[in-house]
Design a protein around this ligand. Structure first.
Ligand code: ADP
Ligand code: ZN
Ligand code: ZN
Length: 740
């Protein structure tokens, strides 16, 4: 019997089990040393089953509920000091518990891949470039034809030890760097960290704020936790407000974390941050290699990077000196992860700001009902920018009643006429349709056969250019048949419209104008999106047609007409958020119009010209529209007035999924019987019951208090995990679901 209590180390490992695993300290170090070195937040290598895995120490203890003789020692300690700052570590633990996610999975799914694999973080420093031997020997006459490249070589001639890439990017594009690297004239180096005094903070003068911008900037306190909702119509100058708030926190040596929904769609945003500040900006985007991602992560952690720009998962970036969090387009659905660790980056951003005691700005032209409600109940401060900056004015909205018009390929005659007029005025048109492909269905004129996906409850979409039928839910693909498989008839009809079809029709009507399509199909090729932006930015008259990718962020200066081909699909969505999303989407798309000098026009094609919500949106704007929806939500006791969680199950047999959720409901009701404050709905089949060969069911839980829901779920989850029936299904818990 040991007379000293051994030290127990609780470790999170990447595993779907909702628990920590107990280990003993490595055999070769004594208890004192172990207590000092094995700190929460350090990674370790541990034996796990028959494998060895990387884990993270969560806590140490003197006690274990397991048999001491069965505990194994840690194989190796990886980090000499905690990998994550304490505040971020706390956020992970909070998030894993709130979203009912196993802590190991939560942690490891958001760490850079190389750290997950147990690699050591690189030495602090920034990636940079210096001249190679070849580059140093370059004669003064070389590169005469490539002025930009020449200029960069000259800049580097004065920098023996090299220059940080983030500094180079302030004056040169990535392409120039790549070209010089390709020629072998420069090589990558790590620039050691140095204290750079905050002088010459600005590279570009700030704009003179107009009064509501100034009011917003003045209201936003740089110290302490406060949440602000910056509610400003598209083009009202929210970004300028962000820039000036960032300016303030950089001045006292702090960092700003800026989250945006999608970086590739908004290259202008990144450029505006780089253009304004003489300070290192790192961007965390999907195009980074594992090594680049880790380097960027380290720069944020060491404080080298002053502005960190990223998408959803960037909320988990460690910061040496956090000063401000900004979350742009806060209503955007992409902030909620829809599988695995189902967190909301928006909600976590607010929690993180609170834990770090710093301000957070949520910005949007179409704020979510959750955030508007948080303004109403005083949790957020509501800052409003009502007008467009500069000369731009709000566009005119007009309804096109599809019932009374001749419509071809989804485009009504008067819409077509308006497009022609706009092109003649040398202006640009944006056509919006949220369905990619040529047509959403293929059917037989003779027998009514339709091309269905046999894996899903769904039709196959016709993609004519590729000659294929594709399922947009499971990606099942096959050739477009020549004849009907049912009756051998020859008359197969592509029914309905997708972007590809409307594109073809528009090109036929306007053969002399460029028609550019922007959807997931057309932008798959690298650089395709950039080409579209370049054409649009050149200002030449053209038609841009696309899905909601077109509604995001990009500022098209010469677009004066926006046409929404199908406003109806959103108005009839069975999801309770359908109306909110439609209002946001229409307002965002409309906001693409008339951002320059000329007044914009918005055409909304619908079969429901008298729909009261559409009317409200058009005549009163998004603010009134959202207030009306909030009243309705309160009346029907839906979020944000009730709190919701969904338990989903899917299986190859529908009955397995259904039965499992029946069981879940029983277990749940044993813990917390239904009451006016806590209700259950289901099991119900999902909106698309069969998808990718599996039947999907869901059980909905609604509570008046978040805490009641949390208490229930944290008791329920371990029961489900250990129940043997859970092995027959794939199940998950989604707290604050965004989609039902
Ligand atoms: P938002 O982010 O709200 O959509 P932006 O910040 O992109 O709006 O601003 C729209 C346009 O107005 C940009 O071209 C921006 O440079 C310009 N702008 C913003 N604020 C001002 C200002 N105070 N004075 C002049 N122009 C401004
Ligand atoms: Zn047929
Ligand atoms: Zn399918």
């Amino acid at each position: 019997m040991a007379h000293l209590e051994p030290l127990i180390i609780r470790v999170a490992v990447p595993s779907p089990l909702r628990r920590l695993f107990d280990y003993l300290a490595p055999a070769n170090i004594d208890k004192n040393q172990a207590e000092q070195e094995l700190q929460p937040g350090c990674r370790v290598l541990v034996p796990f089953g028959r494998r060895q895995v990387t884990g993270l120490i969560i806590e140490t203890s003197q006690q274990t509920e397991f048999d001491l003789n069965k505990l194994k020692p840690i194989d190796q300690l990886i980090d000499a000091e905690p990998l994550l700052p304490a505040s971020l570590f706390k956020l992970f633990i909070w998030a894993a518990s709130y979203y009912q996610q196993p802590i190991g999975d939560a942690l490891f799914s958001t760490l850079p891949v190389l750290l997950r694999r147990g690699e050591l973080p690189p030495e602090p420093g920034q990636p940079g470039w210096k001249l190679s031997t070849l580059g140093m020997g370059l004669g003064p006459e070389s590169l005469k034809q490539a002025r930009k490249q020449r200029a960069l070589v000259e800049l580097l001639q004065d920098q023996q030890t090299g220059l940080a890439e983030s500094i180079i990017l302030q004056s040169f594009s990535r392409t120039i760097i790549k070209q010089l690297e390709h020629r072998g004239l420069i090589e990558a180096v790590v620039i050691p960290p140095g204290i750079r005094p905050v002088e010459n903070l600005l590279k570009q003068d700030p704009l003179r704020l107009y009064s509501s911008q100034q009011t917003a900037v003045d209201a936003i306190q740089s110290h302490g936790f406060n949440s602000y909702l910056l509610d400003g119509v598209t083009g009202s100058g929210k970004t300028e407000v962000y820039l000036q708030c960032i300016d303030k926190v950089l001045r006292y040596g702090r960092q700003a974390l800026v989250l945006i929904p999608e970086i590739s769609l908004t290259p202008q945003t990144e450029k505006r941050f780089r253009d304004r500040f003489n300070q290192p900006v790192v961007t965390l985007h999907s195009g980074l290699s594992d090594k680049q991602r880790l380097a960027a992560w380290m720069q944020a952690k060491t404080g080298e990077a002053k502005i960190i720009l990223g998408t959803r998962s960037a909320i988990f970036t460690p910061l040496a000196a956090p000063g401000l969090i900004i979350l742009d387009e806060e209503h955007d659905q992409s902030y909620k992860q829809q599988d695995g660790f189902r967190y909301s980056a928006r909600d976590l951003a607010v929690i993180r700001a609170q834990q770090e005691s710093i301000p957070i700005i949520l910005g949007s032209a179409t704020p979510s009902l959750e955030s508007l409600n948080n303004c109403a109940n005083g949790r957020y401060q509501h800052l409003i920018l009502n007008n467009r900056a500069g000369d731009a004015v709000q566009p005119d909205w007009q309804i096109i009643d599809l019932k009374t018009e001749r419509v071809e390929s989804g485009i009504a005659a008067s819409t077509l006429a308006a497009i022609g007029t706009t092109l003649n005025r040398q202006q640009q048109v944006l056509v919006f349709l949220n369905r990619r492909g040529y047509a959403p269905a293929l059917l037989c004129h003779q027998c009514g056969w339709t091309a269905d996906c046999n894996q899903c409850d769904s039709r196959l979409t016709v993609h004519r250019a590729r000659g294929r039928l594709i399922c947009h839910h499971c990606d099942h693909q096959r050739r477009i048949p020549q004849q009907c498989p049912g009756c051998q008839g020859q008359q197969l009809i592509a029914a309905g419209e997708g972007t590809e079809r409307s594109e073809a029709y528009l090109q036929q009507c306007f053969p002399d104008s460029k028609v550019l399509r922007v959807d997931r199909d057309s932008t798959r090729r690298k650089g395709a999106m950039q080409q579209v932006f370049d054409t649009a930015d050149s200002g030449e008259p053209c038609i841009l047609i696309g899905t909601q990718m077109l509604a995001k962020g990009h500022h098209f200066a010469n677009v004066t007409l926006v046409a929404v081909l199908d406003a109806d699909s959103g108005l009839f969505s069975p999801d309770f958020r359908g109306h909110e999303r439609t209002g946001q989407l229409l307002t965002q798309v409309a906001g693409r119009s008339g951002r320059g000098k000329a007044r914009g026009q918005v055409l909304i094609q619908t079969h429901q010209p008298e729909h009261p919500l559409l009317e409200l949106l058009m005549t009163q704007g998004y603010g009134q529209f959202a207030r009306e929806l909030l009243t309705q939500r309160q009346f029907s006791q839906l979020p944000p007035f009730r709190h919701m969680a969904v338990i989903r199950a899917e299986a190859q047999q529908a009955s397995d999924a259904d039965d499992f959720l029946q069981l879940v409901r029983q277990l749940a009701e044993n813990i917390a019987p239904p009451s006016p404050d806590l209700s259950y709905l289901g099991p119900l089949p999902a909106m698309m019951e069969k998808r990718a060969g599996r039947f999907r069911y869901l059980l909905q839980l609604e509570a008046k208090q978040r805490s009641a829901l949390q208490a229930l779920l944290s008791q329920l989850a371990p029961q489900l995990e250990s129940h043997r029936d859970s092995r027959r299904v794939r199940w998950s818990i989604d707290v604050d679901p965004q989609e039902l």
